[in-house]
Design a protein around this ligand. Structure first.
Ligand SMILES: Cc1cn([C@H]2C[C@H](O)[C@@H](COP(=O)(O)OP(=O)(O)O[C@H]3O[C@H](C)C(=O)[C@H](O)[C@H]3O)O2)c(=O)[nH]c1=O
Length: 181
């Protein structure tokens, strides 16, 4: 398991050790002891999520302003461009974003701690997106940051207007968003 900090150091790319053989492959997608040893982070995951989306669907950018969630995200079918935005007012990288391609092929995971908005754009025909969260879903506390806020200037690799849910179409711009201390 290799852990690599991104341009925003608290965001970590995690690459599991994959054991391939003539049958296919095996890897531990999560091992609490190894995860804690390699990342130095003590977290407890309480919820596993799984979503399936078609090409050009963009989900996000979401966060819970109360009961915030840390997320360990990965893709098991297809490929997505995954984005996290730093919403910690006290952070030197406040308002900055990191994007990375997660795919069934690269088996890469992204650790997104509390304090970030998260979303992804589907690049393949379909993508199945799995993630663990460190707190429970709390819709009353969920907020949506506008995916194409010019102040964020996220370089989504879109060819055409993405397909969005009604709430994602009317996300809040960073300048008006509730953020973390
Ligand atoms: C997130 C969530 C949703 N739901 C229900 C609520 C709706 O009836 C349905 C779809 O919810 P939503 O449209 O919010 O799903 P996404 O757009 O995939 O939301 C996620 O998108 C981005 C990528 C995230 O990082 C968040 O984890 C999450 O907000 O699932 C639940 O029952 N539990 C949950 O934890």
């Amino acid at each position: 398991m290799r852990v690599t900090p991104t341009e925003i150091p608290d965001l970590l790319v995690i690459e599991p050790q994959v054991f391939g053989d003539e049958r296919g492959y095996f890897y531990e997608s999560y091992n609490e002891k190894a995860w804690r040893e390699k990342t130095g982070i003590i977290e407890h995951f309480v919820q596993d999520n799984h979503s399936r989306s078609a090409k050009n669907i963009l989900r996000g950018l979401h966060y819970q302003i109360q009961q915030p969630q840390g997320k360990l995200v990965r893709v098991v079918v297809g490929e997505v461009f995954d984005v996290a935005v730093d919403l910690r007012k006290s952070s030197p990288t406040f308002g900055q974003w990191v994007g990375t391609n997660l795919s069934a092929e690269n088996k890469r995971q992204l650790w997104i701690p509390v304090g970030f908005a998260h979303g992804f754009l589907v690049l393949s025909e379909y993508a199945e997106f799995l993630y663990k969260t460190t707190n429970y879903y709390a819709p009353q506390h969920e907020r949506t940051l506008l995916w194409n806020d010019p102040d964020l200037a996220i370089a989504w690799p879109i060819q055409s207007e993405p397909i969005l849910s009604a709430k994602d179409k009317v996300g809040t711009r960073l300048q008006d968003a509730e953020v973390y201390i």
